[in-house]
Ligand binder design. Structure first.
Ligand code: PLP
Length: 429
């Protein structure tokens, strides 16, 4: 039996009492193993309620870039909690949000300088799409409401965002009729695919608001990497056909691929960028959609109908903004990007032996992302439980086993993660 189920007898009372009332993400509740009960987190460790300690290879869906419970972030949030946990952002502003907006504008390339806050990645994507569509409406151009997006993409689970996900990932067939239709095509990774994209743009430019892409890494769609030249091609084509280019850096932002933002590696400035996940160092929900001056100017008017009509209740939450400001302090004070390079080298070395093992299709590394792609998994739930039995938290999906650790992970901890993957892959998954 798996470690997850065999420990049910030690389960805390709140688990048995609450589990019948909770609905878990991406989970067939009828047949799923009992989820692990977490008591606390520290650094790259997850401490379970039954006392077991797991080394975390995922950093809580790629958020906890400084490890869990970084004291600087914790103290900033505690101070803010005492002063003002929340205040609405309609008609009111506060220091943490405005300071953060200025810092993000200064960090991002080009004139990405107008920050619209929200509370999750999917919502940041919805806002980016709405911004792009209204950009055209405000300029008096009708009918430009569709987007070009890419196979393998993942931009979130809300309805608008699902429409620009990979058709399988976004379950376009299941939700046919609900999802708006966009143009989903191969990334322009070679001349042939670039020509196909250009033909599509030629035919449909006057229906299109923009192009949306995850720069360098398509994350939840399979941890697929592409070269920076792809992003430069997209910039050239977007300019040629007058389209807005949106980079979804919700996964790649804040150092994950080796530079602070993936767009820097390509030397490309998008018209709109979305950020979330590591924005608060993995502590509180916050997202941002940031526009260039050109985009913002289309909304700058004496006409109130040209305002961006969006405003999540908890947008720019002061606790979350304080956490994000503190996370940016930590990026300034601690050598995160150097740590990413070191992790990259350790992942390359530690996962290399998986190449050539039975059923291994590919091993690839970019920044602090290590991927072992398999032909297929025989039993995903058993594989996940197997990792827990080995004392690590790794959450394979699709046909990939991947690591996206905290940038502060210890060398020994990282070696344990790669050794366990090697052992488990060797035994057959
Ligand atoms: C690139 C990208 N965009 C959007 C999202 C959605 O973010 P959230 O889960 O916060 O809604 C994700 C989440 O994995 C993501 O990786």
């Amino acid at each position: 039996m798996s470690g997850e189920t065999s420990k049910m007898t030690d389960a805390p009372g709140w688990l048995a009492a609450g589990l019948p009332h909770v609905w878990l993400p991406y989970t067939q509740m009828k047949i799923a193993a009992t989820p692990l009960s977490v008591a606390r987190t520290e650094g790259s460790r997850i401490v379970l309620a039954d006392g077991r300690v797991l080394i975390d290879g995922i950093a809580s869906w790629w958020t906890a870039c400084h490890g869990y419970n970084h004291p600087h972030i914790r103290q900033a949030v505690e101070r803010q909690l005492a002063q003002m946990p929340h205040v609405m952002f309609g008609g009111l502003v506060h220091e943490q949000a405005l300071t953060l907006a200025g810092r993000l504008a200064a960090l991002l390339p080009g004139d990405l300088e107008r920050v619209f806050f929200s509370d999750s990645g999917s919502v940041a994507v919805e806002i980016a799409m709405k911004m792009a569509a209204q950009y055209w409406i405000n300029r008096g151009v009708r009918g430009r409401t569709k987007f070009v997006a890419f196979k393998g993409a993942y931009h979130g689970d809300t309805t608008g965002a699902m429409g620009v996900c990979d058709p399988d990932e976004g379950m376009h067939a299941l939700f046919a009729g609900l999802l708006p239709k966009h143009f989903i095509i191969d990334l322009p990774e070679n001349d042939e695919k670039a020509a196909a994209l250009e033909r599509l743009l030629e035919r449909h430019a006057d229906e299109l608001a923009g192009i949306i892409v995850e720069p360098l890494v398509q994350g939840a769609g399979g941890m697929k990497f592409h070269e920076a030249v792809v992003l430069r091609r997209l910039r050239t084509l977007a300019d040629k056909y007058g389209l807005l280019l949106i980079f979804d850096e919700i996964f790649t932002g804040f150092g994950r691929t080796g530079t602070m933002f993936a767009c820097e590696a390509a030397g490309v400035t998008p018209d709109i960028i979305t950020l979330s996940k590591a924005l608060t160092g993995g502590t509180l929900p916050l997202a941002a959609t940031i526009a260039t001056r050109k985009v913002f100017e289309a909304f700058w008017s004496d006409d109130p109908r040209k305002a961006l009509m969006h405003g999540p209740t908890y947008m720019a939450n002061p606790l979350a903004c304080a956490a994000a400001n503190a996370s940016l302090d930590v990026f300034e004070q601690e050598p995160r990007l150097r740590q990413v390079q070191e992790i990259s080298a350790a992942l390359a070395e530690g996962l290399a032996p998986c190449r050539g093992m039975p059923d291994v299709k590919d091993v690839r590394i970019k920044g602090a992302i290590g991927v072992v792609e398999m032909n297929h998994f025989k039993h995903l739930d058993r594989l996940r439980a197997r990792f827990v039995d080995e004392g690590v938290f790794i959450r394979p999906f699709g046909n990939v086993i991947y690591l996206t650790p905290a940038f502060t992970i210890g060398q020994d901890e990282l070696a344990t993660l790669t050794n366990v993957i090697m052992k488990v892959v060797k035994e057959g998954v």
